[in-house]
Design a protein around this ligand. Structure first.
Ligand code: TYD
Length: 230
């Protein structure tokens, strides 16, 4: 094998992508593959620093272009430092969100011109398109409710102290706080991409147990990727 497989997971908030990315990685490792699990925005030291900035709920940019360029910058570094070297070494890269999140969050449901995003994609992603994209689909209401449950339990122990709620960074990120209409639009966007690119994308019903979803994901990976090398 001269180049490994690039698999991405996409979907709205609370769809269970990250769990599935981890489970797929474990399964592939059991089969003897070398696997890198990574995420966007982030995935490399430089991109993780940009992630903190991009998702900071106290920093709202009113220039959608500025935001899109930050995502693109983080992605360029992540591709260079992590994704391309791992693929070149013949490994499997599993990325939690990638270019479709930009197309959907910034383009379809956001305020950035699709032409601009296409240009950035050409420059930054180039030929490093995913071999397989798994879209975990759930209704926006369900995903948002699940995401709200991720609120961690209080961390304090002293009974006299009033325990502060400790939201995970995600819960307060700038995208999650958008309204339901925005999240419904995200769902439509992912489905539309999958419809337009059926060779690359498969939609999986995320409203089932993690085990059932993982079983589907595994059959898809076997059918689409593993059978090629059998
Ligand atoms: P994250 O904590 O990774 O959320 P999730 O668990 O839902 O993946 O936060 C990433 C947020 O950034 C998420 O709301 C989607 C958004 N995002 C974009 O808007 N554009 C992008 O290109 C990417 C990769 C993510």
């Amino acid at each position: 094998m001269t180049s490994g497989w690039f698999i991405t997971f996409e979907g709205g908030e609370g769809s269970g992508k990250s769990t599935q990315a981890k489970r797929l990685s474990e399964r592939l490792k059991e089969e003897g593959h070398s696997v890198t699990v990574t995420r966007e925005p982030g995935g490399s030291p430089f991109a993780e620093r940009l992630r903190t900035l991009i998702l900071d709920p106290t920093l709202e940019t009113h220039t959608p272009l500025a935001e899109a360029l930050l995502f693109a910058s983080a992605r360029a570094d992540h591709l260079d430092q992590v994704i391309r070297p791992s693929l070149a070494a013949g490994g499997v890269v599993i990325c939690d969100r990638f270019l479709d999140s930009t197309r959907v969050y910034q383009g379809y449901a956001g305020r950035v011109e699709p032409r601009l995003l296409e240009a950035l994609e050409l420059i930054v992603v180039q030929h490093t398109k995913p071999d397989l994209t798994i879209v975990i689909d759930i209704p926006a209401e369900v995903g948002l409710a699940r995401a709200a449950l991720r609120m961690e339990a209080p961390v304090h122990t002293a009974p006299s102290e009033k325990p502060p709620k400790q939201p995970r960074g995600l819960l307060t990120d700038r995208f999650e706080t958008r309204d339901l209409a925005f999240h419904k639009k995200l769902r439509e966007g992912f489905i539309e991409i999958a419809r337009l690119e059926p060779q690359r994308c498969v939609v999986v019903d995320g409203q089932r147990s993690p085990d059932e979803v993982a079983r589907d994901v595994w059959s898809i990976v076997q059918a689409r990727l593993l059978s090629d090398t059998a």
